[in-house]
Design a protein around this ligand. Structure first.
Ligand SMILES: *[C@@H]1O[C@H](CO)[C@@H](O)[C@H](O)[C@H]1NC(C)=O
Length: 472
């Protein structure tokens, strides 16, 4: 989960792009928001059914009678009448068969003769409540509506699926869908016996500067403090060049495309935000050796500036090409175009904030992606009412409604990766949550394996043990 900023008047930052993969923004954004790490070793022989269920457009307004079809997946290979239902909750991505044909939840369904389901979140993937994503139509995109969709799904399955009427239900999620696990258990405690929330942010916070702080700590921990220092100094030098009217040199150095305006704050902020996002992608999705490898690459440069900029160029260069895309154009496109940025950014502006700004000095990515970048983007995309105080009010409402760090839920297991910047918005105290050392975001969904670190294995075993208790 992360973001891009833009202003209407400006065109975007615009590093290279390729026709096939979209520009660097889209690619990085997509990677940070894709379906959490899908377990490998999928049992492809299992027949996964793709099904649709009718849902109300608005669960909270009886005069609104429109309905739509929500997609879900089912795998009944282990199911025996009376067995539990395990539901993996979709978040801001397109659902796929992976989670219900492999991994730890799959193994638990096997142990308990459970039915496996995977629900798609409204407005993502193929689950389209309305034909497009106009501002008017985005009104029905809200986590409260998505939780109500899930409640209706569970009640309908229990009433209609043979052998499920007395079954217990367990829910599982990663990242935003883990947030949903927590909030579903709070809002509809009687519909599920327990849940597993991996990497759940549960506090809405507009200025989420802590994200970059944890990133910095993770880089130091895995890549060494020399790497952190080099990133900090290299980025500071780039900032100084803009300040000293040497923006054109940066433009040439990083091969920024036209029409990047070296005198426009929004262009500059967008550039530095994107630079930090490239590092966010490394840290948040880290698998063993990744951060270390990037640090090695950066440390080979003869100076801080060369080390950092040559790494950035290598990232930008993977989307080679010389034409510029204006990101605004992508985000103002109200069609479902396979890109979830318009929907997700709307949710942040309207529910959570979670803008990963440069406000803290305890991080190496400089000072040039302030909160104003993100609030400007909200207003430019979704209407002038989305000013900073409105966004603050919306986030405060989310915390009031769902309880923030004290959701007061029973039977929810919280796991986090130590390296994952999102954990700063999660429940981390050791009585309630497990923090798995040297792992990143949503890395614990695979089957229990000999490759697991002892802490990873212990956490997965704890989940299995709790599920046994909840199903007793
Ligand atoms: C409820 O739905 C009706 C019918 O679409 C609409 O006219 C009305 O404005 C809605 N009320 C609210 C509070 O959204």
């Amino acid at each position: 989960m992360t973001h891009y900023g833009v202003g209407v008047i400006i065109t975007l930052l615009a590093l290279g792009f390729s026709q096939a993969n979209g520009n660097i923004f889209e690619r990085t954004f997509k990677k940070l928001h894709e379906e959490p790490y899908v377990p490998t070793n999928q049992n492809r022989a299992d027949e996964v059914q793709t099904l649709w269920i009718e849902q109300k457009l608005d669960h909270f307004n009886d005069s609104e009678t429109r309905t739509w079809q929500m997609r879900y997946l089912l795998n009944d290979v282990f199911f025996k009448a009376g067995g539990p239902m395990f539901i993996y909750l979709g978040g801001e991505w397109t659902i796929s068969n992976g989670f219900i044909t492999a991994g730890h939840m799959y193994d638990m369904a096997k142990e308990h003769n459970g039915l496996l389901a995977y629900t798609e979140h409204r407005y993502y993937g193929e689950s389209h409540p309305l034909p497009d994503l106009s501002n008017e139509n985005l009104r029905f995109l809200h986590v409260k509506q998505a939780l109500a969709d899930l409640a209706h799904f569970i009640k309908t399955q229990k009433a209609s699926y043979e052998g499920l009427s007395d079954s217990k239900v367990i829910i599982v999620g990663g990242s935003y869908s883990a947030t949903m696990v927590t909030w579903f258990k709070r809002t509809y405690p009687d519909l599920v016996v327990g849940g597993w929330a991996s990497s759940a942010p549960v506090v809405a916070k507009v200025n989420f500067f802590e994200y970059k702080e944890v990133m910095g700590e993770s880089i130091t921990l895995m890549g060494g403090s020399a790497c952190y220092d080099r990133i900090e100094k290299g980025i500071a030098e780039l900032e100084t060049m803009f300040a000293n009217k040497r923006g054109a040199e940066v433009k040439a150095l990083l091969k920024l495309c036209e029409p990047f305006d070296v005198n426009n704050d929004l262009d500059i902020w967008t550039l530095f935000n994107e630079i930090s996002e490239i590092f966010a992608n490394v840290v948040q999705t880290h698998n063993s050796g990744r951060i270390e490898g990037v640090c090695q690459q950066i440390m080979t440069g003869s100076t801080d500036l060369i080390g950092v900029s040559s790494y950035l160029l290598s990232e930008f260069g993977k989307a080679s090409g010389s034409t510029c895309y204006a990101i605004m154009k992508v985000l103002l496109d109200t069609r479902y175009n396979g890109n979830m940025m318009r929907q997700w950014i709307y949710q942040t502006c309207n529910e959570y904030g979670w803008y990963q700004t440069s406000s803290s000095s305890m991080q190496p990515f400089g000072t040039k992606f302030p909160l104003a970048l993100f609030t400007t983007m909200c207003a430019d995309l979704y209407g002038p009412q989305f000013g900073e105080s409105f966004i603050e009010d919306r986030a405060a409402e989310t915390n009031e409604y769902f309880g923030g760090l004290t959701p007061e839920v029973e039977n929810v297991y919280f796991s986090h990766g130590q390296l994952d910047p999102w954990r700063a918005m999660g429940i981390q105290d050791e009585k309630q949550a497990t923090i798995i050392p040297e792992h990143a975001h949503c890395k614990d969904f695979g089957s229990i394996s000999n490759d697991d670190t002892p802490e990873m294995r212990a956490s997965k075993e704890r989940v299995a043990e709790l599920v046994r208790e909840w199903l007793e």
